[in-house]
Design a protein around this ligand. Structure first.
Ligand SMILES: *[C@@H]1O[C@H](CO)[C@@H](O)[C@H](O)[C@H]1NC(C)=O
Ligand SMILES: *[C@@H]1O[C@H](CO)[C@@H](O)[C@H](O)[C@H]1NC(C)=O
Ligand SMILES: *[C@@H]1O[C@H](CO)[C@@H](O)[C@H](O)[C@H]1NC(C)=O
Ligand SMILES: *[C@@H]1O[C@H](CO)[C@@H](O)[C@H](O)[C@H]1NC(C)=O
Length: 218
């Protein structure tokens, strides 16, 4: 269970790198003019990397996550709804994040038994296609950094995936700890998640018309 929680944060935030190194390296800055509204809606977590010790044990079980992002205005909270396979079960999980003063900077602070904190930054984003996230997680004295690639669809261009890989390497994530996740497991085909799913279906319907035939499963 503990690992499930850690895993989720890693996959969801894809973040990496300590705050100090972030401010030192221009490449690690939060996306300029970040627009939270355009960040909302449906994403797929397609790749992740982490320097954490538990990562190699879990490499085999990680799969693509579906993520729906929204905000709650009353409480200034950022909400992520995740669907992911864990050992043959489709897990639905909701995470609440606090928004920091800088747009594109979020923190996760679990107060429960798995006391864990995560600092999540959106480093690069093209709202219609992809987002690169950098996360540092701390659990007691353990610190780790991770990176995650979000895609609006499950197929990004080769340029984008290569760029993400370079980004991860630049964060000091070892190459064998950068993982492009398979799409499989109990959540596939993906359930529609309310909210942007209608818009999504319209877009997919349009895509299908354009392509004539689509391999998309949801
Ligand atoms: C992220 O890293 C910075 C610098 O090491 C540290 O001060 C901060 O507490 C970390 N945040 C989390 C949530 O781990
Ligand atoms: C996964 O499921 C199998 C079969 O149900 C079970 O034996 C195993 O303990 C489970 N593993 C985890 C990590 O939950
Ligand atoms: C997490 O919660 C603790 C206790 O409420 C607080 O002291 C700490 O500043 C919080 N950390 C973040 C990153 O919000
Ligand atoms: C992962 O990176 C963080 C931040 O740079 C560092 O504090 C931590 O020691 C690293 N962990 C491992 C296992 O290398």
């Amino acid at each position: 269970m503990r690992c499930g929680v850690v895993l989720l944060v890693a996959v969801l935030s894809l973040g990496t790198a300590a705050a100090e190194s972030l401010s030192e390296t221009a490449n690690d800055q939060i996306q300029e003019n970040f627009d939270i509204n355009q960040f909302l809606g449906t994403w797929f977590a397609l790749a992740t990397g982490c320097n954490c010790s538990w990562f190699s044990q879990y490499k085999e079980v990680m799969t693509i996550n579906k993520v729906v992002l929204s905000t709650s205005e009353e409480s200034n909270t950022f909400i992520g709804t995740f669907q992911y396979d864990r050992n043959g079960t489709c897990i639905h999980h909701v995470g609440h994040y606090a928004m920091k003063d800088t747009a594109g900077h979020f923190v996760f602070n679990s107060t429960g038994a798995y006391a864990e904190a995560a600092d999540i930054r959106v480093i690069k984003i093209n709202y219609q296609e992809y987002a690169f996230l950098l996360i540092n997680t701390s659990k007691g004295v353990d610190h780790s950094k991770s990176v995650t690639l979000y895609g609006r669809t499950r197929h990004l261009t080769k340029e984008t995936t290569e760029e993400f890989k370079e980004f991860a390497l630049r964060q000091g994530i070892p190459e064998d700890m950068i993982l492009f996740l398979p799409e499989k497991g109990a959540c596939v085909p993906w359930d529609p998640i309310p909210e942007s799913s209608v818009k999504d279906r319209k877009r997919r319907a349009l895509d299908k018309m354009r392509k004539g035939l689509s391999l998309e499963t949801s």
